[in-house]
Write a protein that binds this ligand. Structure first.
Ligand code: FAD
Ligand code: SF4
Length: 470
């Protein structure tokens, strides 16, 4: 009966999956959302209006066939939904977990304003998790091998997106990564409370089953040279991310007790995953007053990791207001629920302390006129300085490109900000200035999102297939 009801979206409201109780969330490194039950997933999927021109699909960077797979889930057809969902997305279960849906698919859902958007992200996650649990694996039986081989540098979402499309086209991808596990920032960045690490280890097994070869703990430029890859393979794809920390440029940044965001997060993951090389690498916030500087996803992850480590207080200072925060709304809310205190319109001007961190000097700001991207830049209010007491400070101002010294040796050009030049509009999509080398993800567009990195990796694979004439 339910499936025949066209007004399901009124009778059945938007219902997100249940969250684990706060007392568990605040102490454990486990995903905070529970899984939908089949009935809930079907009911929520059936809320979709099947709009003739689905805005959600356009707004989704990989242009998922959203209404189509929602319909399949409403009908209980999970395997077909998984097949369809994998036609456009390499890691649907990851995107369902970490995409900022409020700014992407769900923000564009027709029901968003009045009735509550369809829970697109949670259903996307449900489809793949359930299909895998049912034993489903991508069907490679029709793939005809071409005999071509492509080296992929980086097992992050860009590299994996590229490998997925190539493997399905009969080209053998060999993926090199300096880390001991695949995923890039999905494994060594994004914490477990957003994305449990078994999701990526399961994916590694699925990819291996599709014929994708991984050479982990292997750094290109050190353990293997780019010249070797260029001579041994038919083409090379680079998806190496961005890893230069942005600094605040104010006094006190070098004091003991001041940490770069990613170092802090990676040390925590390494301990949880058993990859820790030395106990000294771990940064322990237990019992400390922590101040996190920044307002993006990385800052939210540092806030919430500090809470779980048992910090006595966590304060997040951001120089704009809540509306202008770059972080995903759902994660800001999760951070607040878990006890993070937000101080908006506070710009750090110094980290103070005698031989170690004792506090952060901030000045209040008001928002000035919008810049060319429409973001309003903060202006300090004279005389409003205050010191936030702190035992530890985490700087989460984002990342700049980190071009390798060997790019120039193989004629791979970068722009004035250090991003590799690989235009989508090139004759072969995402080809660099070296015709045999393609690139995508954060190293081309600057730090962005998982889903945009997947898109560029997949598109670059199309470019490589055209280049190889297969
Ligand atoms: P990466 O994920 O950085 O992967 C690059 C890979 O290349 C790495 O594994 C690296 O080891 C490898 N590599 C680099 N150089 C070499 C070399 N010379 N040899 C071998 N291997 C090499 N995005 C979201 O959409 N949602 C979120 O919630 C979110 N949260 C985030 C939280 C944090 C803390 C951070 C830092 C980022 C977050 N992001 C989020 C952004 C997202 O993770 C990135 O945009 C995305 O991972 C970029 O993918 P990529 O494949 O381009 O690069
Ligand atoms: Fe939404 Fe991201 Fe999934 Fe696209 S990939 S449908 S934007 S959650």
């Amino acid at each position: 009966d339910r499936l025949n009801n066209d007004f399901q979206f009124i009778e059945v409201g938007r219902k997100d999956p249940k969250k684990r109780p706060l007392r568990h969330r605040k102490t454990r490194f486990i995903e905070i959302n529970e899984a939908y039950k089949p009935q809930e997933a079907a009911e929520q999927s059936h809320r979709c209006l099947e709009c003739g021109n689905p805005y959600c699909e356009w707004k989704c960077p990989v242009h998922n066939f959203i209404p189509n797979w929602l319909k399949l889930v409403a009908e209980g057809n999970i395997i077909e939904a998984a097949e369809l969902s994998h036609q456009t997305n390499t890691l649907p279960e990851v995107c369902g977990r970490v995409c900022p849906q409020d700014r992407l698919c769900e923000g564009a859902c027709t029901l968003n304003d009045e009735f509550g958007a369809v829970t697109i992200g949670s259903v996307e996650k449900y489809i793949t998790d359930t299909a895998f649990a049912m034993g489903w694996r991508p069907d490679m039986s029709q793939v005809v091998p071409t005999g071509k081989r492509v080296a992929i540098i980086g097992a992050g979402p860009a590299g994996l997106g590229c490998a997925d499309v190539l493997a399905r086209a009969g080209v053998s991808p060999v993926v090199f990564d300096r880390n001991p596990e695949i995923g890039g920032l999905l494994t060594f960045g994004i914490p477990e409370f957003k994305l449990e690490k078994t999701v990526m280890s399961r994916r590694r097994e699925v990819f291996a089953g599709m014929g994708i070869e991984f050479r982990l703990n292997t750094e290109v430029g050190k353990d293997v040279t780019i010249d070797q890859l260029l001579s041994e393979y038919d083409a090379v794809f680079m998806g190496m991310g961005t890893y230069t920390y942005m600094k605040g440029g104010f006094p006190g940044e070098d004091l003991p007790g001041v940490h770069d965001a990613l170092d802090f997060l990676v040390a925590n993951v390494n301990r949880n995953l058993g990859f820790e090389k030395s106990a000294d690498d771990f940064v322990d916030m237990h019992g400390k007053r922590v101040v996190v500087l920044g307002g993006g996803d990385t800052a939210m992850d540092c806030n919430r990791t500090s809470i779980r480590q048992g910090a006595s207080s966590v304060t997040c200072a951001y120089r704009r207001d809540a509306q202008n925060m770059p972080g995903s709304r759902k994660e800001v809310k999760n951070a607040k629920d878990e006890g993070v205190k937000f101080l908006f319109n506070r710009q750090p001007i110094a980290i103070v302390g005698d031989g170690k961190v004792e506090g952060v000097k901030v000045v209040e700001t008001r928002l000035g006129a919008p810049d060319e991207r429409g973001r309003r830049s903060p202006e300090p209010i004279p005389g409003s300085e205050q010191i936030l007491p702190a035992d530890a400070v985490i700087i989460a101002f984002g990342f700049r490109p980190s071009p390798a010294p060997w790019f120039a040796e193989v004629q791979v050009q970068t722009d004035d900000q250090g991003r590799v030049i690989a235009p989508e509009q090139a004759q072969y999509k995402f080809q660099t200035s070296n015709p045999k080398v393609f690139a995508g993800g954060d190293m081309v567009r600057g730090s962005d999102l998982v889903v945009t990195a997947i898109w560029e990796g997949r598109q670059a694979a199309e470019g490589i297939l055209d280049y190889l004439e297969v």
